[in-house]
Design a protein around this ligand. Sequence first.
Ligand code: PBG
Length: 321
Amino acid sequence: MRRLVAETTVVPSQLVLPLFVAEGCDEPTAISSMPGVVQHSLDSLLRAAEHAVEAGVGGLMLFGIPAQKDSVASAGIDPAGVLNRAISAVVGEVGDATVVMSDLCLDEFTDHGHCGLLAADGTVDNDATLQRYAEMALAQAAAGVHMVGTSGMMDGQVGVVRAALDSAGHLDVAVLAYAAKYASAFYGPFREAVASSLDGDRRTYQQDPANRREALREVELDLAEGADVVMVKPALGYLDVLSDVAAVSQVPVAAYCVSGEYSMVEAAAAAGYFDRRAVVLEILTSIRRAGADLILTYWAVEAGGWMADPPGGVRTAQEAQ
Ligand code: PBG
C-alpha cells in the first residue's frame, strides 16, 4: 500500500554519475577524502562508463585533471587535453546509451585554481573568462559531448556558450546550467579529487549560503540565456532553494549531491553510526521530493543497482530499502 501511494520515486535513469579522469594515470587512484571514488585512467574510465550504462544510469559527468595547469587553462581547450580525449573515448564507448556530460569550467585547468581568468590585480575577470568558456565549449562539442555543464558561475556564461555552440552548428549540444551554485565548504573533498590548487575561496562568484531569493534570479537569467537544465548545488543543505527553483522552472531541474555530502555519509557509515544504504536512499528520495528531476551523485551506480535488484524490474528507492 505504501508503494501504491508513494508520492516520490527514484530510479537509476534520474541519476548522473560524476567521474574523474587524470592525465598520466595508469590505474585508478584512490581519493582519500572520498572513500570509494577514484581518479580514473582513460582505460578504467571506459570500464566505469560501461558499468554505469549497465546499471541504467541516466548520465555521466566527466571531470578532467590535466598533468599541466597554467594561468589560462590551456589544457581545457586543447583537443588533445585529458578531458576532451576522455569525452570522445567515452562517447565512442557508450554512444547514446547514456547522456555524456562534461564540466565546462576552468578550475581543474588553472594553476591558481579559480573558475575564471585573473585580471592583473588578481581578481577574477568575468568577461575575459566568457571567451574562454566559449572556446572550451567548442572543444568539448567537437569531442562529441552531449551536454555541457557550465559550473563556473560567471555572469553571462550560458548565453555565450549557447551562442558559440549554435554558431558552430552544435545545435544539439545541451547546456546544464549550474544556476544556483553556492560558495560551499561541502566542495572540500572535490578539491582533492581534482588536485585543485585554489588558495582562497570563490565568494566573489559563487552565492552566499544565506541567500535564497538570489537563486531565483540566477535561474531566471540562465533560462533567458538558453539553459536546457538548471541546477542547484549543493543539494541537502539547499532543499528549500531546490523547491523554489522547481516551482518556477520550465526546464528540468537538477541537484548536485556534492563531495562533502558523500564523504560525511561514508565517514559516518564507516564508523557504524547508521545504516549506509538506508541513509543514501533516504537522501536521494529527499532530493527528489524537494523537486529535483535528476540528481548528480557519486552513489549513482551503487544506488541504481539497489533499485534494479529484482529480475526484470526496476524498484524505487523506497522499495529498495
Ligand atoms: C567547478 C566544480 C566544483 C564542483 C563541481 N564543479 C568545485 C567548486 O566549485 O569549487 C564540486 C563538486 C563536488 O564537490 O562534488 N568546476
